[in-house]
Design a protein around this ligand. Structure first.
Ligand code: PBG
Length: 324
């Protein structure tokens, strides 16, 4: 059937018709809110490049977590800014570390909320890399033990899920093994499986003080030009025991999200990263774009591409817009 018999505009005529044929429905249930924990009391340092986000001391952090929960968001992911950094990221796996304390505080206030922790060393190492450095190289196998130790300490603090973001080979298996050996057989792993070496992380590195002090992350994060490699990374993480896989960033990688959705039968997360958030905020501040509409369009596109859940700094704003 062709024009003039078939006219696609017939089903776009009213809002009720458009609602009936809508294929992708974003829900607050799809969203995960990232939060940044820092030491001290009553600390609320605005993150200049991420309007609406703050480095929060633990007494302040529970509030946005509760706002998210009240807006229908089921989960937060916590990042920590430690007081001390050293070459081996010791503060990442101390039982009284910043993330460990933040997990306990959120769980105490919001026991039903899913609290996910980012497992990585870059915020905790003085060189800012995600692994152990020897002779200027980021060494893989020596890092695994430290990541496993970090995940385990998050589990002991009460985390509901751990999310390794370091991109070392073999980290999912190392973490699974450490969790299982210590009785955390029911704790899921969300693996940052296809994590690209992206300039879209720029604002996050200011927020989390985690920029590498020398070199870059190209020897461990993926080349933005590759998507077959993303499929291999996903296969490996699934084989090693990942429960949820992630693509990161999201908006410049919608094709990767789609390809992985078609190949893998695990829940798929996408990380709408800091730079993606900042660009929309900046455009809106300049009056060049309609912030709410662009935000909803971007998040809907990520879901339409195949993501089941979206980590996004827009989580509370989007959930509220959905409830309105
Ligand atoms: C830590 C980590 C990063 C992000 C999440 N976990 C930064 C990086 O890899 O440099 C980026 C998140 C964002 O940009 O919103 N490895």
């Amino acid at each position: 059937m062709l024009f003039p018999e078939y006219r696609p505009r017939r089903l776009r005529r009213t809002e009720a018709l458009r609602r009936m044929i809508r294929e992708t429905i974003l829900r607050p249930d799809d969203l995960i809110l990232p939060l940044f924990a820092i030491g001290g009391r009553n600390v609320r340092n605005p993150i200049a490049s991420m309007p609406g986000h703050y480095q929060l001391s633990i007494d302040q952090l529970v509030e946005p977590a509760a706002e998210a929960w009240d807006a229908g968001i089921p989960a937060v992911i916590l990042f920590g800014l430690p007081e001390d950094k050293d070459s081996r990221g010791t503060s990442a796996y101390q039982d009284d570390g910043i993330v460990q304390q933040a997990v306990a505080a959120v769980k105490a206030k919001l026991p039903e909320m899913t609290v996910i922790t980012d497992v990585c060393l870059c915020q905790y190492t003085d060189h800012g890399h995600c692994g152990v450095v020897e002779n200027g190289q980021i060494v893989n196998d020596a890092t695994l033990e430290l990541l496993a130790e970090t995940a385990l300490s998050h589990a002991r603090a009460g985390a509901d899920m751990v999310a390794p973001s370091d991109m070392m080979d073999g980290r999912v298996a190392a973490i699974r093994c450490a969790l299982d050996d210590n009785g955390f057989t029911d704790l899921p792993i969300m693996a940052y499986a296809a994590k690209y070496c992206s300039a879209f992380y720029g604002p996050f590195r200011q927020a989390a003080d985690s920029a590498p002090r020398f070199g870059d992350r190209r020897t461990y994060q993926m080349d933005p030009a590759n998507s077959l490699e993303a499929l291999r990374e996903v296969e490996l993480d699934i084989a090693e025991g990942a429960d949820i896989i992630m693509v990161k960033p999201a908006l410049a990688y919608l094709d990767v999200i789609r390809r992985i959705r078609e190949q893998a039968n695990l829940p798929l997360a996408a990380y709408n990263v800091s730079g993606e958030y900042s660009m929309i905020k900046a455009g809106a501040r300049l009056g060049w774009i309609d912030e709410t509409r662009v935000m909803m369009e971007a998040l809907t596109a990520i879901k339409r591409a195949g993501a089941d859940m979206i980590l996004t700094y827009f989580a509370i704003e989007a959930a509220r817009a959905l409830q309105a």
